[in-house]
Ligand binder design. Structure first.
Ligand code: GLC
Length: 795
């Protein structure tokens, strides 16, 4: 029986009959008569791990995706033996295991089948490499839908597609191209509104087939490693993502400035040009917090060196930029130039830190500096060494963030674009070939960089970016989508990629605004900025070989549009920061595709354009030239058009006006949206006042939160934060806002300015904790002390 045609062989092997089972430390082992073991571990009520061994022998339990190498949580689930099967029960699900073939089925507590093996686990022995080609196939009921899997530039719903995960440098990739830079083998399935997730934690090249080969089968496989996957029960899709993120890790809070606007190009040099760019931002009053130095800052592309002709005194320059509010971020690549005079090269050679080919020679490949060797980031000692290399850049020169590029790893002028399979890696003490280490190489580089930056930037918070990533990379780094193109189609791709990344546990992402390759029209750039300010990472970047891509290169109108939207992002910083805090704290995805926002409405299941920014703002980019607006779907409930304040009913499509200076934007009724004053960079001004935009809602109480802290540093981990939770109750002639404040952080501002939108009555009386307060008729707002428990507005 051939299930994966790609593998062409017909040598599938299957588990035999179960002959015994045992239970120890949360692990339930089922042994078959042909020495297959299925090990089931219940980590939580809704999270179960399935692991298969074929020679009565598991590999060492180690995963880069999971902090400390393996999941530590478990509980001793109850196992029952029945005539033909075993069953394992948690508080939310039941798992059955067939005695004659190890077939598993997972049910919810209403006895709905959530996930059922088709052939289940099977494998082929790999004569060439040893070990197995491990495979799993699941029954796919008609109507089941699939989401997730990281950076795939295709429709959010993956049904009917075959996907491959093999981190690849795909310059100017196209829509539907696969694979790209990242490998996130986690998907979400949903059938009859019930969602579940599967994380196939295998770093080899992995494949997923969503009913492409057979319309009622979904399968996943890898040409090596173990069949080792985690099942997450929803039924709520957001809970699936949250559980996956819990397992693979959450990021720490970035410094607030990292959520500002960033400007990048390949490359800004010499120093004079860098200064011209930053000054222009201040002159035009387009807020900006970070400026990037691409590879030309280095001396002949040697990592950890400076081109002294372009940058004679980097420390002074970085300090001067900092005075003007700019944080300097530099790129770093894994390729180390083969140069006997170069200290990084010499150290690595001396310590034997470079990757080697199977028979011993060093792994040699061409990248920017020419012929290079490559540190083996899967060796903990190498990571430690690499992290220390950042001392000068960060500690002495004052750079604030590091951008990891080419870490798939990318090799030029070879068809595979990467290392050959035989390259050896330490893999944290379990030596292996590149087949196994390839997909996590980039993440281990970013991890080593993160450790270095964190160490030297302390007591500030680090900021790291990576191009390649495997599951779990979100613990260390933000990420961008690589070398996209300045086309309208790529604007669509950017929108889909960021939503997909968010639902794949990695929210802190953005695209190269305007497109990396080729040159955008002013209109395309404007539309891209309008979307980009709603992506967690917001940076303009371009390859620079086709003309400039700073906002002012497109003329007055685009300057004004850019300013308007970047200003809006800066006003929304407390909202964005709160979203990030919810992500860092609770694993809640920052962007929510509509299906994740409201899976109960089948109209959301195929939507790709509209998404929810945080919890309460609906965004829908304009993706075509010459548009005056577009049709879009408004999710169920009531919403306010942000621009016109018109109150609209959701659950249907409608036309929304959005001329070139606008983007369709809606606020959920009942939301309280916090805003800061416009600043040219984070920390430019003292925040004198927090503004709250209150969007009236009749009926049920709605809650909104505002998280704040010192915007950098680690005092927040010791209770120095401020979390305001507002609950809004709207009645026909009154509005009540109750506030609970937690944490010890004292915010700078003393007052809160409240603006009410959509009130069906004229405010007659305002009471704050029982005391009357006047209405500022001029500004149509009311100003109240920040410490209050109850604000009561009546007609
Ligand atoms: C790669 C990166 C790009 C960078 C360039 C030069 O193409 O993806 O962002 O500008 O290399 O370093």
């Amino acid at each position: 029986m051939i299930i994966n045609t790609e593998l062409k062989q017909n040598h599938n092997l299957f588990p035999g009959k179960v002959i015994s089972f045992s239970q120890e430390e949360g692990k339930v082992n089922f042994l078959t008569n042909n020495e297959v073991i299925l090990q089931v571990t219940v980590l939580k009520d809704s999270v179960v791990r399935f692991r298969y061994a074929t020679d009565n022998n598991f590999e060492k339990d180690f995963s880069y995706a999971i902090e400390n190498g393996s999941p530590k949580e478990y509980f001793d689930a109850k196992v029952e033996e029945h005539e033909n099967q075993y069953s394992i029960h948690t508080n939310t699900i039941k798992i059955t295991i067939q005695k004659d073939d190890l077939g598993t089925t997972i049910y919810d507590h209403h006895d709905n089948v959530i996930c059922k093996d088709d052939l289940g686990f099977h494998w082929e022995q790999s004569y060439e490499h040893g070990g197995n080609i491990v495979k799993m196939s699941k029954h796919a009921p008609l109507g089941e839908l699939y989401y997730g899997l990281g950076d795939k530039p295709m429709h959010l719903n993956l049904k009917g597609k075959r996907i491959e995960n093999w981190a690849t440098d795909q310059y100017a990739f196209s829509k539907d191209q696969d694979p790209l830079y990242k490998s996130i083998p986690f998907y979400i399935g949903m059938y009859e509104q019930r969602a579940y997730g599967i994380f196939f934690d295998n770093t080899f090249r992995t494949f997923f087939d969503f009913c492409k080969e057979r319309r009622d089968v979904t399968s996943f496989w890898a040409p090596g490693g173990e069949m080792n996957y985690y099942f997450f029960h929803g039924p709520n899709m957001q809970d699936v993502v949250t559980q996956y993120t819990d397992l693979t890790g959450k990021p720490e809070l970035p410094p607030l400035w990292a959520l500002g606007y960033h400007q990048c190009k390949w490359s800004y040099y010499p120093e004079k040009e860098v200064k011209e760019i930053t000054s222009k931002f201040r002159e035009l009053k387009i807020p900006c917090d970070a400026i990037y130095l691409d590879i030309d800052y280095m001396d002949g592309f040697r990592c950890f060196t400076w081109n002294k002709e372009y940058f004679p005194d980097p420390k002074r320059m970085v300090a001067e930029l900092a005075e003007d509010g700019f944080k300097t971020i530099v790129i770093i690549d894994p390729g180390i130039k083969i140069d006997k005079e170069y200290w990084v090269y010499k150290e690595a050679i001396e310590k034997d830190y470079f990757c080697r080919r199977a028979d011993g020679p060093l792994m040699r490949g061409k990248v920017w500096p020419g012929e290079c060797y490559f540190p083996d980031f899967t060796n903990p000692e190498v990571r430690e060494w690499w992290s220390d290399l950042f001392k000068e850049i960060i500690d002495e020169i004052g750079v604030k963030g590091v951008w990891n590029d080419m870490n798939e790893p990318a090799i030029m002028e070879v068809p595979s674009k990467t290392f050959p399979d035989d390259v050896r890696h330490d893999y944290d003490g379990q030596p292996c070939s590149h087949r196994k280490a390839h997909n996590i190489y980039g993440t281990q580089m970013a991890r080593a960089t993160y450790n270095g930056v964190r160490k030297f930037v302390y007591p500030h918070r680090p900021f790291i970016i990576t191009r390649s990533a495997y599951s779990g990379a979100q613990r260390f780094t933000s990420s961008w989508m690589g070398d996209n193109v300045a086309t309208w189609e790529h604007l669509w791709v950017a929108n889909v990629q960021m939503q997909r990344m968010s639902m794949s546990g990695m929210s802190f992402t953005g695209s190269d605004i305007g497109g990396f390759a080729e040159h955008p029209s002013g209109e395309l750039y404007a539309r891209w900025i309008q979307l980009g300010v709603f992506h967690p990472f917001c940076r303009t970047h371009s390859s620079g070989d086709h003309g400039d891509q700073e906002p002012w290169t497109f003329g007055e109108e685009v300057i004004n549009i850019t300013r308007k939207f970047v200003e809006l992002r800066y006003q929304l910083l407390p909202y964005l920061y709160t979203m990030f805090w919810e992500y860092a704290e609770e694993g809640i995805p920052m962007l929510k595709p509509l299906v994740l926002f409201d899976q109960s409405d089948s109209q959301t299941h195929y939507k790709t354009d509209e998404f929810i920014f945080g919890n309460q703002i609906l965004v829908c980019p304009i993706q075509e030239p010459n548009s005056k607006g577009r049709r879009m779907f408004i999710p169920k409930g009531h919403w306010y058009n942000y621009w016109t304040r018109e109150f609209v009913k959701g659950g249907m499509e409608r036309w929304v006006d959005a001329d070139i200076d606008s983007i369709p934007l809606f606020i959920k009724e009942g939301a309280i949206i916090p805003k800061y004053p416009i600043q040219q960079y984070v920390g430019e001004k003292r925040i004198e006042e927090l503004r709250l935009e209150v969007y009236y809602k009749l009926g049920n109480t709605e809650t909104s939160r505002v998280y704040e802290d010192a915007q950098d540093g680690y005092d927040y981990t010791k209770g120095e934060y401020s979390l305001r939770s507002f609950s809004l109750t709207g009645k026909e002639t009154e509005v009540i806002i109750e506030q609970i404040v937690e944490g010890n952080y004292i915010t700078e501002y003393e007052t809160i300015r409240v603006e009410c939108i959509g009130l069906p009555f004229t405010i007659g009386k305002i009471e704050v904790d029982g005391v009357m307060v006047p209405f500022d008729t001029e500004n149509n707002t009311l100003v109240i002390p920040k410490v209050f428990a109850k604000l009561h507005l009546t007609s």
